[in-house]
Design a protein around this ligand. Structure first.
Ligand code: NOJ
Length: 618
């Protein structure tokens, strides 16, 4: 039961004295009790909200609460103990790619093959990790998310090949530094930089052999660090590395697969590896270490262009199944792939003349083994998409919007993906500012998997381009984090979600995969020309710190008033205009155009004109 002063948009009833429908924003008294029964069959929860609006009492019956409160600022807080953090990844920050015994990773090789070397030194966190912890302190954070580099710990990927003590020492030092400074370590075992040896020897993730090796690696990590690390994530965004790496050649190991088989095999083994590593933690370590093990899943929220068109509605549902559900259903659902995926890929495969489905099959035993293998879910939640039915399956949208869906989800034919031209954009054109996607995806996850366990928002953030002159006045980032952190406050207070942490992507500008240092997602500016990789706070450090140190937006706090004052403006495009020097050139009709002469950056992968030609010609 919630009761307190809240800001709501009030519409007077049409039969009011004024006989008009004024939209007013005012402080109102709100009483809201969680609905006795949630509508688990639909995306939204149904609630009743009664609020007074000036002289009226307005009863809003059976309105989805998430809809009613979608775009408003909601002063409030998350509970004590909530984790406030940034997120990073080994390849993106550590550097020291071949130092002190570290073996070559797939990302080292992939970048070098493409003439890219920024990752060799990256932010030099291998040397300056203490500064990173200090920055986390300057941000007032109580947690720190990072990933382990498999080949820094096991240089050729295997235990038989030897454990690299220097690697163990490095992570011990980092973990100890975090604990001394009161930060909870939140560790991913795999953020895409797997051993190159495995790729060379047996094809990496497409070969089942990797499952045992991953489990051995996980065991080494639990053994070495589990006395102090209590939050383990097996994988970060498996979708991104299997599709990017084994489907569209946008990420390591750079495989282009016109047959649309390899990404499914890679995912199959990643899911098996996840389940194995969870069971190993559960059976061998949990009792002693008392920690938790889960997974970080990336997804984009999808909505129908026309909610009254059943085909559009179906398309946006299938989008969830093929994107998040691919990994979530085996772990949080029935242990298998979503039935829609199984059926659609089987039908496509048959039409193409394959003797069996291109989607591998889990045995009954594996299905049981997969099911329930997570103590929490981390969701990387950045953005939303609009989906509509269409017979046009060409990869490049005639209107210029790069049709991600037909390339990244090649088996989901008959739908197109688009955006609303009014949504603000940062430099990475595929990440639109749509904060409401956070709650909607949470609602969906809870209802789809009947899941009421802990959630973390393990990544979200916005980038600006690399300017000739550093720009510390990142008002867009202050806006972005004001909007997105308020969504987790709403999720906790309004929706009753067991939400336990917010992880900003990212601590400092780092190596954004194929786009190297071009995309700057950092709260701190990193000077990559300086051998010491000086890190300087951008303006948004202060605003994120205010939010993190007060658990959100307590009523009456100065930053709560600031958030209230800038809220509506932050939902417009204006604050984000400074993120991109290209914005003016490539903005047509509100959507930046796919210009054939420039490269485009997807999360984690780089695609450009040559890439599109390849897609078109295949
Ligand atoms: C997803 C990935 O986990 C991270 O490595 C990447 O840098 C960000 N999102 C931004 O693209």
């Amino acid at each position: 039961m919630f009761s307190g002063l809240k800001l709501l948009t009030c519409s007077a009833p049409s039969d009011s004295v004024t006989n008009s429908l004024p939209i007013m924003k005012t402080e109102v008294e709100v009483t809201w009790a969680p609905p006795s029964q949630t509508n688990l069959g639909s995306v939204y929860f149904v609630a009743t909200v009664m609020y007074s609006c000036r002289n009226y009492w307005v009863g809003v019956q059976s309105e989805p609460l998430s809809e009613l409160t979608r775009d408003i600022f909601w002063p409030g807080t998350v509970p004590d103990g909530y984790l406030w953090s940034t997120a990073t990844a080994s390849y993106q920050i550590e550097g020291a790619w071949n130092v002190d015994g570290k073996g070559e990773s797939m990302w080292d090789r992939f970048q070098h093959n493409n003439g890219r070397f920024a990752g060799d030194d990256a932010c030099k966190s291998y040397d300056y990790y203490a500064r990173d912890v200090e920055m986390s302190d300057e941000l007032g954070l109580n947690a720190y998310r990072f990933s382990l580099s498999w080949t820094r710990i096991l240089p050729d990927g295997t235990v038989a090949g030897g454990i690299n003590q220097a690697g163990i020492d490095y992570y011990n030092n980092l973990i100890n530094e975090l604990l001394i400074n009161g930060k909870t370590p939140y560790v991913s075992l795999y953020h895409w930089d797997g051993p190159q040896t495995f790729q060379d020897q047996f094809g990496g993730w497409v070969n089942e052999a990797i499952v045992d090796y991953f489990n051995d690696y996980a065991r080494v990590c639990y053994q070495a660090f589990g006395d102090r690390v209590k939050h383990w994530a097996t994988f970060n965004e498996p979708w991104s590395f299997v599709v990017g790496g084994y489907g569209i050649a946008g990420g390591a190991p750079g495989i282009w697969d016109a047959n649309k088989t390899e990404q499914y095999k890679a995912a199959h083994n990643a899911i098996r590896a996840h389940a194995r590593a969870w069971h190993t933690y559960d059976e061998e370590f949990r009792a002693d270490q008392q920690g938790s093990c889960g997974i970080v899943i990336g997804s984009l929220w999808s909505e129908p262009v026309d909610p009254n068109n059943p085909q559009d509605v179906l398309g946006s549902y299938l989008y969830q199944q093929f994107f998040m559900g691919w990994f979530a259903n085996p772990i949080f659902g029935n242990g298998n792939y979503p039935q829609e995926m199984i059926d659609i890929i089987a039908a496509n495969s048959q039409r193409e003349g394959w003797p069996q489905s291109r989607l591998p099959v889990f045995t009954e035993e594996e299905i049981l083994y997969n099911r329930g293998t997570a103590d929490f879910v981390g969701l990387n939640q950045y953005s939303a998409r609009l989906i509509h039915a269409s017979n046009d399956t060409s990869p490049v949208d005639p209107n210029g919007w790069f049709n991600w869906m037909s390339i990244m989800i090649p088996d989901l034919l008959g739908y197109r993906e688009t955006i609303d031209p009014s949504w603000p954009q940062g430099e990475m054109i595929f990440l639109l500012v749509t904060p409401w996607c956070v709650r909607r995806q949470l609602d969906y996850f809870r209802s789809e998997y009947q899941y009421e366990g802990p959630f973390y928002l393990t990544e979200t953030g916005i980038s600006e381009a690399e300017f000739e002159q550093p720009n510390f006045e990142d008002i867009w980032r202050t806006c972005y984090y004001t909007l997105y952190t308020n969504e987790v406050v709403k999720a906790v207070e309004l929706d009753g979600v067991d939400h336990r942490g917010f992880f900003a992507w990212t601590l400092m500008d780092n190596v954004e995969w194929g786009s190297e240092t071009h995309e700057r997602f950092g709260l701190f500016y990193t000077n990559f020309s300086d051998p010491a990789r000086t890190r300087t706070p951008k303006d948004s450090v202060a605003s994120y710190r205010d939010i993190a140190t007060t658990n959100g937006f307590p009523v009456g706090a100065p930053h709560t008033e600031t958030a209230r004052a800038i809220w509506d403006w932050c939902l417009t495009k204006e604050p984000y205009e400074g993120t991109s020097p290209q914005a003016a050139t490539f903005n047509t009709g509100g959507i930046r155009q796919a210009d054939p002469t420039v490269d485009y950056f997807l999360p984690g992968v780089r695609v450009g004109a040559a890439y599109r030609d390849k897609v078109v010609n295949n």
